[in-house]
Design a protein around this ligand. Structure first.
Ligand code: DGJ
Length: 739
């Protein structure tokens, strides 16, 4: 029984083959938390876990009682999970257990993206109802345990069952109390062009948090944290993961109290959030995805990768091989016309590329970023036959056609802004802050979403568009909606994201064959909420191969390779000026959804041959790169970070590709070895280098070797010093393993 209810102990036990999550209704009716971690026997009571009978907080005010939904102001002085202001202005709640219901499968959320099951046998769910009599506040908590993954999801609905309005000011999707604080906090932080770098620190007393108040999840911090033991590595040791299926403002926090316990909470950022619940109204909060692994960070990533690739992403493109694309952005920026694009498309087809993507600059009069966002009408100066004409010509060359849009934005110099200045977010009577010379449309307004659905449907419905890149290039300032009364402005940010989801839902439903890729100046909104609509995301505007090692490594902590757009760009690189060899650029970009971002007509004959081989190699291993198990071997964040290594393994462990990368060359290299993981120890693997280098690394490794040998001893990266002196910087080696 994956979810058991023990009426005597008043205990709910969610479990599968590897984990248990145990909740108890405490003596005072509150929901207590007993355990989340290794699987426990389902037969027993765990009421002894904790302090014994709990009747509420006493004068011993620092009692470290573990709770599922902590409330402030009733004796628990740690951070709360829920705060509701009642009609008397107080925020005191006594939420007590009313009932629960266990159902097979996983009911979907009504308004928000979430993970799902395809058959009831894949998961079980318990919905627990709590209520506070004086205010009429009702809370429905839903927990789902997946049968085959060490994952529990949690979501919450807050309803006003009373007779007077309530104001919700804090509603955390996850709240988990842990018995100690001997943890390292792992977060994915950065900025534009260096997104999702791994940052780690030991927990200290007090609150340590990350989050966003920008209106998007943001590249400053991803809506994910992990807690690992100091000794946890990639392949062993305990780690908890917390991931939020949400694309807007969020908070992820660990609060260590005086007794050394830790409370982790995650949800919509309380800062600036205030949601009015009229009598009978309810609000659904985003889903938090909690994972536990005793197989290190790699075990945690395995679980998130499977869940997010197979049961968060959806639609036609979830399981289909993703096309090798070329995007014209870095090749032309705004400076193109139809002959130029067709010349690039023809050259792309010769190389084996499958999809030609036209980026920014095709609409209005957009020759730079000062104008035209919102005017989704083709610029006939550049494209006299329209998008439909261009798409038809690209298809005639043998490629599919894709198009860039940035629906949520408006330029001050645009017809849309002239017609609807009130649709741009801003406070009446105050200046609007411009960023990238554009304003943000008020997506909290249904009329704005309706308008965008209409104009974008016209574009997608009248041309052979197979792919859409949905960009979003600035964050929200002067948050305020003319569509909301003054006392509801605290709802604005969440309503904005609901509007974005609504537009995504309608467009993906209307155009189910179109592959959507989300983007936000690169990876500024790379989150599970977006992945529920667009199965791939442009990982970063930084296409430099060396920088990408860190970005793709960090991103892979949570997100599968099938979700990461990764392109080969021209050199000198446009973000760093670096001159990484073409082979290295491809060897990094292979580990993702592969493509090019340059002008292919500028390749030399030699480069053209190399690119033809790269594309053929990727296509031959596409299934492996897009759906294989990704294993991180050597971190660019550890030591001097000079050597990075990772690999993909097929589900049957018969095939693998290992990537080894070196940033700067050092004289007289030592006898370095990289041990592999995830192979079949009893299989014999033929190891080959791709492309063949003919050097000492190839000679040392091109052998038939046992899986046990490759995992225990590893690949050899040593080289004789004169040979190594010729390597130069920024090299990569790909090892192809066939059982
Ligand atoms: C930011 C994106 O990340 C780029 O790839 C490109 O699409 C530009 N915007 C276009 O303005």
């Amino acid at each position: 029984m994956p979810i058991g209810w023990d009426p005597e102990a008043r205990q709910l036990h969610l479990q599968n083959g590897t984990i248990s999550y145990v909740i108890r209704v405490l003596e005072n009716g509150a929901l207590g938390h007993l355990h989340f971690g290794p699987r426990l026997s389902g037969e027993r009571s765990y009421a002894h876990v904790g302090l014994g009978p709990f009747l509420g907080f006493t004068n011993r005010l620092d009692d470290p009682v573990a709770l599922e939904l902590p409330i402030a102001g009733v004796g628990d002085f740690r951070v709360p999970g829920l705060a509701v202001e009642g009609p008397d202005g107080s925020a005191i709640l006594d939420l007590t257990y009313v009932s629960h219901r266990i159902v097979p499968g996983k009911p979907p959320l009504a308004s928000l993206p979430c993970t799902y099951v395809e058959a009831d046998a894949e998961a079980d769910t318990v919905e627990i109802v709590l209520a506070d009599a004086p205010t009429g506040t009702e809370v429905r908590l839903a927990y789902t345990v997946f049968r085959d993954l060490p994952i529990v999801t949690r979501s919450m609905v807050v309803r006003n069952g009373g007779g007077a309005a309530l104001d919700l000011t804090c509603a955390m999707s996850a709240s988990l109390d842990l018995a100690d604080s001997d943890w390292w906090l792992v977060q994915l932080s950065g900025t534009w062009a260096r997104e999702r770098h791994v940052v780690e620190r030991p927990l200290v007393p007090g609150r340590q948090s990350i989050g966003s108040v920008r209106g998007a999840s943001g590249y400053q911090h991803n809506p994910f944290i992990a807690l690992r033991r100091a000794s946890t590595t990639e392949d062993q040791g305990e780690v908890y993961g917390f991931s939020l299926v949400y694309s807007g403002n969020f908070l992820a926090e660990a609060d260590v109290d005086a007794q050394g316990t830790t409370r982790v909470r995650m949800g919509i950022a309380p800062e600036g959030f205030r949601w009015r619940l009229d009598p009978g109204a309810e609000l659904e909060l985003p889903e938090a995805v909690l994972a536990y692994s005793d197989a290190g960070l790699g075990g945690l990533s395995d679980a998130y990768h499977v869940l997010y690739r197979e049961r968060l992403a959806r639609g036609t493109w979830r399981d289909r091989p993703r096309p090798v694309l070329i995007n014209n952005w870095e090749g032309t920026y705004y400076d193109f016309d139809e002959p130029k694009l067709l010349e690039m498309a023809a050259a792309s087809w010769d190389l084996g590329i499958e999809l030609f993507v036209l980026d920014d600059g095709w609409f209005g009069q957009r020759d730079d970023d000062t104008t035209s966002l919102g005017d989704w009408v083709v610029d006939r100066r550049k494209l006299p036959d329209g998008i439909d004409g261009l798409a038809t010509k690209v298809e005639a060359l043998g490629l599919r056609f894709g198009l860039w849009i940035e629906p949520e934005m408006v330029s001050e110099r645009s017809r849309l802004f002239a017609d609807h200045p009130d649709w741009a977010i801003g406070v009446p009577g105050r200046a609007r802050t411009e960023a990238r010379q554009q304003f943000v449309l008020d997506m909290s307004r249904p009329d704005v979403v309706d308008h965008l659905f209409g104009v974008l449907s016209d574009v997608l419905g009248t041309a052979a568009v197979s792919y859409v890149k949905w960009d979003m290039n600035r964050n929200i300032t002067e948050p305020y909606s003319l569509g909301l009364p003054p006392d509801r402005q605290g709802e604005f940010f969440h309503r904005y994201i609901l509007g974005v989801y609504d537009l995504y839902r309608r467009l993906t439903a209307a155009f189910p064959e179109v592959l959507f890729e989300s983007c936000a100046s690169g990876g500024g909104r790379f989150d599970p909420g977006m992945l529920a609509f667009a199965p791939q995301t442009w990982t970063s505007d930084d296409t430099d191969a060396v920088e990408r090692l860190r970005i793709q490594w960090g991103t892979s902590l949570v997100y599968p390779l099938s979700s990461m757009g990764a392109h080969v760009a021209a050199v000198p690189n446009h973000q760093t000026g670096r001159l990484a060899p073409l082979a290295t650029r491809a060897a990094v970009a292979f580990f993702g959804v592969f493509g090019y971002e340059l002008d292919p007509t500028r390749f030399s004959a030699e480069e053209r041959h190399e690119v033809i081989d790269q594309i053929a190699f990727y296509k031959a291993h596409r299934e492996l790169f897009q759906r294989g198990r990704f294993v991180r071997l050597r971190s660019p964040f550890e030591g001097d970070g000079d050597r990075t290594a990772w690999m993909v393994v097929s589900p049957d462990r018969r095939q693998a590709v290992v990537g080894v990368y070196q940033a700067l060359n050092r004289p007289v290299p030592g006898p370095d070895r990289v041990r592999l993981r995830g192979l079949d120890p009893s299989a014999a693997y033929k190891v080959a280098l791709w492309p063949s280098t003919g050097d000492s690394i190839e000679r040392a490794n091109a052998l038939v070797r046992g899986g046990d040998d490759l995992m225990a001893v590893g690949l050899f990266l040593a080289a004789e010093r004169h040979a190594a002196a010729r390597w130069g910087d920024f090299w990569a080696r790909l090892f192809v393993l066939e059982a």
